[in-house]
Design a protein around this ligand. Structure first.
Ligand code: SF4
Length: 66
């Protein structure tokens, strides 16, 4: 499972990084970015999903690869 952040929707609150720093980081502009990693660890995945569902602007989504 991978994640992505819509920078246009991100309001730079930092919550996602606080919840799951293994996946989300705040870049130099203050916006969140999802690391381009396949998340396989169940605990990290649960935290990342919590961050996705908790994002106040729904800026985080699952990154589907096709
Ligand atoms: Fe941006 Fe949402 Fe992360 Fe807050 S929780 S920094 S709005 S992506």
């Amino acid at each position: 499972m991978k994640f992505k952040v819509n920078e246009d929707a991100c309001i730079c609150c930092g919550a996602c990084q606080a919840i799951c720093e293994e996946v989300f980081e705040i870049n130099d502009e203050g916006f969140a970015e999802a690391k381009d990693v396949e998340v396989t660890d169940e605990e990290i995945k649960e935290n990342a999903i919590d961050a996705m569902e908790g994002c106040p602007t729904s800026a985080i989504s699952e990154k589907k690869e096709d």
